[in-house]
Ligand binder design. Structure first.
Ligand SMILES: [Fe+2]
Ligand SMILES: [Fe+2]
Length: 224
Protein backbone atom coordinates (compact mmCIF):
# COMPACT_ATOMS: atom_id res chain seq x y z
CA UNK A 1 0.00 0.00 0.00
CA UNK A 2 1.34 3.45 -0.93
CA UNK A 3 1.75 5.66 2.14
CA UNK A 4 1.99 9.46 2.11
CA UNK A 5 2.27 11.89 5.01
CA UNK A 6 1.05 15.46 5.28
CA UNK A 7 1.67 17.91 8.10
CA UNK A 8 -1.05 20.55 8.35
CA UNK A 9 0.03 21.99 11.70
CA UNK A 10 1.60 25.13 10.25
CA UNK A 11 -0.83 25.53 7.37
CA UNK A 12 -3.28 28.45 7.75
CA UNK A 13 -6.82 27.31 8.40
CA UNK A 14 -8.28 28.55 5.12
CA UNK A 15 -5.77 26.47 3.15
CA UNK A 16 -6.02 23.21 5.07
CA UNK A 17 -8.90 21.62 3.25
CA UNK A 18 -7.40 22.49 -0.14
CA UNK A 19 -4.04 20.97 0.82
CA UNK A 20 -5.66 17.85 2.19
CA UNK A 21 -7.84 17.46 -0.90
CA UNK A 22 -4.81 17.86 -3.18
CA UNK A 23 -2.88 15.21 -1.23
CA UNK A 24 -5.91 12.95 -1.39
CA UNK A 25 -6.32 13.38 -5.15
CA UNK A 26 -2.64 12.52 -5.64
CA UNK A 27 -3.12 9.15 -3.90
CA UNK A 28 -3.45 6.04 -6.03
CA UNK A 29 -6.58 3.98 -5.52
CA UNK A 30 -6.27 2.13 -2.19
CA UNK A 31 -3.47 4.52 -1.11
CA UNK A 32 -3.01 5.61 2.50
CA UNK A 33 -2.43 9.17 3.71
CA UNK A 34 -1.35 10.01 7.27
CA UNK A 35 -1.95 13.61 8.25
CA UNK A 36 -1.17 15.65 11.34
CA UNK A 37 -3.13 18.62 12.65
CA UNK A 38 -2.58 20.85 15.68
CA UNK A 39 -6.23 20.46 16.68
CA UNK A 40 -9.16 18.12 16.24
CA UNK A 41 -9.13 17.07 12.55
CA UNK A 42 -12.93 16.88 12.40
CA UNK A 43 -13.01 20.51 11.33
CA UNK A 44 -11.11 19.84 8.14
CA UNK A 45 -12.81 16.46 7.79
CA UNK A 46 -16.18 18.21 7.56
CA UNK A 47 -14.96 19.82 4.32
CA UNK A 48 -13.83 16.47 3.00
CA UNK A 49 -17.22 14.94 3.74
CA UNK A 50 -18.83 17.72 1.72
CA UNK A 51 -16.44 17.43 -1.21
CA UNK A 52 -15.34 13.81 -1.35
CA UNK A 53 -18.02 11.76 0.37
CA UNK A 54 -18.03 8.12 -0.71
CA UNK A 55 -14.43 8.20 -1.88
CA UNK A 56 -12.47 7.80 1.36
CA UNK A 57 -12.29 6.13 4.78
CA UNK A 58 -11.03 8.19 7.70
CA UNK A 59 -9.80 7.08 11.12
CA UNK A 60 -8.21 9.02 14.01
CA UNK A 61 -4.99 7.46 15.34
CA UNK A 62 -3.81 9.81 18.05
CA UNK A 63 -5.26 12.89 19.73
CA UNK A 64 -4.17 15.80 21.91
CA UNK A 65 -0.82 17.51 22.60
CA UNK A 66 -1.27 19.73 19.52
CA UNK A 67 -0.43 16.68 17.41
CA UNK A 68 -3.48 14.88 16.16
CA UNK A 69 -2.75 12.04 13.79
CA UNK A 70 -5.33 10.66 11.35
CA UNK A 71 -5.39 8.41 8.36
CA UNK A 72 -7.33 8.51 5.13
CA UNK A 73 -7.58 5.64 2.69
CA UNK A 74 -8.69 6.28 -0.87
CA UNK A 75 -11.37 3.73 -1.61
CA UNK A 76 -10.75 1.38 -4.46
CA UNK A 77 -14.44 1.34 -5.24
CA UNK A 78 -15.95 4.73 -4.54
CA UNK A 79 -19.70 4.93 -4.35
CA UNK A 80 -22.63 5.53 -2.08
CA UNK A 81 -21.60 4.86 1.50
CA UNK A 82 -23.30 2.05 3.38
CA UNK A 83 -22.81 0.48 6.78
CA UNK A 84 -20.28 -1.83 5.24
CA UNK A 85 -18.04 1.06 4.26
CA UNK A 86 -18.07 2.56 7.68
CA UNK A 87 -18.69 0.04 10.43
CA UNK A 88 -17.40 -3.12 8.75
CA UNK A 89 -14.32 -1.35 7.38
CA UNK A 90 -13.65 -0.27 10.97
CA UNK A 91 -14.07 -3.85 12.26
CA UNK A 92 -11.48 -5.05 9.76
CA UNK A 93 -9.10 -2.19 10.55
CA UNK A 94 -9.28 -3.04 14.27
CA UNK A 95 -8.79 -6.76 13.51
CA UNK A 96 -5.60 -5.90 11.61
CA UNK A 97 -4.34 -3.58 14.35
CA UNK A 98 -5.06 -6.29 16.88
CA UNK A 99 -3.10 -8.89 14.94
CA UNK A 100 -0.18 -6.49 14.53
CA UNK A 101 -0.17 -5.53 18.22
CA UNK A 102 -0.23 -9.19 19.18
CA UNK A 103 2.65 -10.00 16.84
CA UNK A 104 4.68 -7.13 18.32
CA UNK A 105 3.97 -8.41 21.85
CA UNK A 106 5.02 -11.93 20.86
CA UNK A 107 8.31 -10.50 19.62
CA UNK A 108 8.72 -8.75 22.97
CA UNK A 109 8.63 -5.31 21.35
CA UNK A 110 7.03 -3.22 24.09
CA UNK A 111 7.27 0.12 22.28
CA UNK A 112 5.62 -1.08 19.08
CA UNK A 113 2.96 -2.95 21.07
CA UNK A 114 2.15 0.31 22.88
CA UNK A 115 1.91 2.27 19.64
CA UNK A 116 -0.39 -0.26 17.97
CA UNK A 117 -2.46 -0.91 21.07
CA UNK A 118 -2.97 2.86 21.51
CA UNK A 119 -4.40 3.05 17.97
CA UNK A 120 -6.53 -0.01 18.58
CA UNK A 121 -7.96 1.36 21.83
CA UNK A 122 -8.82 4.61 20.13
CA UNK A 123 -10.42 2.89 17.16
CA UNK A 124 -12.48 0.55 19.33
CA UNK A 125 -13.69 3.29 21.65
CA UNK A 126 -14.73 5.49 18.73
CA UNK A 127 -16.50 2.57 17.10
CA UNK A 128 -18.36 1.74 20.34
CA UNK A 129 -19.37 5.38 20.74
CA UNK A 130 -20.61 5.62 17.15
CA UNK A 131 -22.71 2.52 17.69
CA UNK A 132 -23.99 3.33 21.18
CA UNK A 133 -24.69 7.02 20.83
CA UNK A 134 -25.69 7.13 17.18
CA UNK A 135 -26.38 3.95 15.36
CA UNK A 136 -28.05 1.76 18.04
CA UNK A 137 -30.31 4.62 19.04
CA UNK A 138 -31.61 5.00 15.50
CA UNK A 139 -32.21 1.27 15.13
CA UNK A 140 -33.80 1.11 18.56
CA UNK A 141 -36.23 3.94 17.81
CA UNK A 142 -37.25 2.67 14.40
CA UNK A 143 -37.77 -0.89 15.56
CA UNK A 144 -39.36 0.07 18.86
CA UNK A 145 -36.93 -2.09 20.84
CA UNK A 146 -37.17 0.15 23.93
CA UNK A 147 -33.51 -0.39 24.67
CA UNK A 148 -33.89 -4.18 24.69
CA UNK A 149 -33.37 -6.94 22.13
CA UNK A 150 -30.19 -7.30 20.10
CA UNK A 151 -29.12 -3.73 20.77
CA UNK A 152 -29.06 -4.36 24.54
CA UNK A 153 -26.93 -7.48 24.01
CA UNK A 154 -24.48 -5.49 21.85
CA UNK A 155 -24.20 -2.78 24.51
CA UNK A 156 -23.42 -5.42 27.16
CA UNK A 157 -20.75 -6.94 24.98
CA UNK A 158 -19.15 -3.54 24.45
CA UNK A 159 -18.82 -3.27 28.23
CA UNK A 160 -17.16 -6.68 28.40
CA UNK A 161 -14.73 -5.67 25.67
CA UNK A 162 -13.98 -2.37 27.39
CA UNK A 163 -13.09 -4.40 30.48
CA UNK A 164 -10.70 -6.57 28.47
CA UNK A 165 -9.09 -3.53 26.85
CA UNK A 166 -8.51 -2.08 30.32
CA UNK A 167 -6.91 -5.35 31.39
CA UNK A 168 -4.65 -5.31 28.36
CA UNK A 169 -3.72 -1.66 28.98
CA UNK A 170 -2.91 -2.51 32.61
CA UNK A 171 -0.66 -5.41 31.61
CA UNK A 172 1.10 -3.21 29.07
CA UNK A 173 1.65 -0.45 31.65
CA UNK A 174 3.41 -3.04 33.83
CA UNK A 175 5.42 -4.29 30.83
CA UNK A 176 3.83 -7.68 31.33
CA UNK A 177 3.53 -8.86 27.74
CA UNK A 178 2.58 -12.37 28.83
CA UNK A 179 -0.53 -11.09 30.61
CA UNK A 180 -1.20 -8.78 27.71
CA UNK A 181 -1.25 -11.77 25.33
CA UNK A 182 -3.40 -13.85 27.67
CA UNK A 183 -5.99 -11.06 27.85
CA UNK A 184 -5.78 -10.52 24.11
CA UNK A 185 -6.76 -14.16 23.48
CA UNK A 186 -10.04 -13.60 25.33
CA UNK A 187 -10.51 -10.25 23.64
CA UNK A 188 -10.12 -11.72 20.15
CA UNK A 189 -12.75 -14.31 20.92
CA UNK A 190 -15.20 -11.66 22.21
CA UNK A 191 -14.52 -9.42 19.25
CA UNK A 192 -15.03 -12.15 16.67
CA UNK A 193 -18.35 -13.24 18.16
CA UNK A 194 -19.57 -9.70 18.55
CA UNK A 195 -18.61 -8.53 15.07
CA UNK A 196 -20.16 -11.60 13.50
CA UNK A 197 -23.50 -10.92 15.21
CA UNK A 198 -23.44 -7.31 14.08
CA UNK A 199 -22.37 -8.03 10.54
CA UNK A 200 -24.70 -10.95 9.96
CA UNK A 201 -27.76 -9.82 11.90
CA UNK A 202 -27.87 -6.30 13.22
CA UNK A 203 -26.36 -4.39 10.30
CA UNK A 204 -28.50 -6.05 7.60
CA UNK A 205 -31.57 -5.41 9.77
CA UNK A 206 -30.56 -1.76 10.10
CA UNK A 207 -29.98 -1.39 6.36
CA UNK A 208 -33.57 -2.43 5.90
CA UNK A 209 -35.16 -0.13 8.48
CA UNK A 210 -32.98 2.89 7.71
CA UNK A 211 -33.14 2.63 3.93
CA UNK A 212 -32.58 5.94 2.20
CA UNK A 213 -31.81 7.76 5.46
CA UNK A 214 -28.63 5.75 5.94
CA UNK A 215 -26.38 8.13 4.05
CA UNK A 216 -27.35 11.15 6.09
CA UNK A 217 -26.91 9.17 9.31
CA UNK A 218 -23.46 7.95 8.30
CA UNK A 219 -22.28 11.46 7.46
CA UNK A 220 -23.32 12.49 10.96
CA UNK A 221 -21.72 9.47 12.63
CA UNK A 222 -18.48 10.02 10.76
CA UNK A 223 -17.78 13.10 12.87
CA UNK A 224 -18.11 11.26 16.21
FE1 LIG B 1 -20.44 -3.26 18.47
FE1 LIG C 1 -19.35 -2.85 15.44
Amino acid sequence: MTETTLDLREVPENERSERLTAAFEALPSGGLLFFTTAEDPRRVLRQLITNLWGRFDWAPLKEGDSQWLSQIVKRERPGPTGLEDMLIVEHRRCDDLFAEAEAAAQEGDQERTELLFGRLEMGMERHFTIEEEGFFQEVDQRMGLMGGGPVAVMRDEHQQMRGMLRRMAGALAESNLEDFLAASDTMIYLMEQHNMKEEEMLYPMAEEVLGAEMDELLQRLYLF
